[in-house]
Design a protein around this ligand. Structure first.
Ligand code: PGA
Length: 258
């Protein structure tokens, strides 16, 4: 169907001690082994990254941070940098999650600087975009989402952006149990791909994985992942238990094989 390898990523948000993170990562690694038809990534809290990297050694499960600063080092109290994330064993970093935009002042300009810094260090940015309920009801979904996308990639070319992953996460679907209908999600994913093509060329756009996020569960994963432009999932709540996350991983592998 597509040459894009599906990606199932777990965003653990502010949850799990080091021991809990390692136990969860260990259960996922045992399932994934040395690789499946889809890529699998987990995103623990920063204090668990190094320990989880050890747990994941020898498995194909990738490790993601949930945020970074754009500078490598210096007088930036409380921040982490791409260099430190690499040092901790990360291969990915979630950027621009709506919770960071809403509660921690993340701006489009900041997202763009973080994306550029991650790419320099060969870390894969998972850039989140998405509209609020008010924006959806006002018919502004595509303006908001495509605007966020344009800002995040501004001034970067398709070569630099080759590893980019986009996650479309309608804010009203995050943690609410309200998933976007698969066809509605596909409509936005299709528009995202068309915008990527307009911005940086069609061949790059066709290679970019666009994940869906917002109340993805074992029960709705297959339907979402059957859509032509939904290349995976960014999973919050359901990534916190192996018994929910593993069936979503398996749905990702089924997409690859379909
Ligand atoms: P959710 O979160 O799966 O709990 O809705 C998704 C996310 O915020 O990435």
């Amino acid at each position: 169907m597509t040459s894009r390898k599906p990606l199932i990523a777990g965003n653990w948000k502010l949850n799990n001690t080091v021991a809990e993170s390692q136990a969860l990562a260990g259960a996922i690694a045992a399932h994934v082994g040395d690789g499946l038809a889809c890529d699998v990534v987990v995103g623990p809290v920063a204090t668990s990254l190094t320990a989880v990297a050890q747990t994941l050694q020898g498995s194909a499960v990738g490790l993601s941070a949930q945020n970074t600063h754009w500078e490598d080092s210096g007088a930036f109290t409380g921040e982490l940098s791409p260099t430190l994330l690499l040092d901790a064993g990360c291969g990915y970093c979630i950027i621009g999650h709506s919770e960071r935009r809403q509660f921690f002042g993340e701006t489009d300009a900041g997202v763009r600087k973080k994306v550029a810094a991650l790419l320099v260090h060969k870390l894969v940015p998972i850039v989140c975009v998405g509209e609020s309920l008010e924006q959806r009801e006002a018919g502004q979904t595509l303006d908001v989402v495509l605007g966020q996308l344009e800002a995040a990639t501004d001034g970067l070319d398709a070569v630099a952006l080759a590893p980019l992953v986009v996650a479309y996460e309608p804010i009203w679907a995050i943690g609410t149990g309200r998933t976007a209908k698969a066809e509605d999600a596909q409509e936005v994913h299709g528009a995202i791909r068309a915008k990527l093509a307009e911005l940086k060329g069609e061949s790059w756009a066709n290679s970019v994985r666009v994940l869906y996020g917002g109340s993805v569960k074992p029960a709705n994963a297959d339907e979402l992942l059957a859509q032509p432009d939904i290349d995976g999932a960014l999973v919050g709540g359901a990534s916190l238990s192996a018994s929910d996350f593993i069936p979503i991983i398996d749905a990702g592998a089924r997409r690859a094989e379909s």
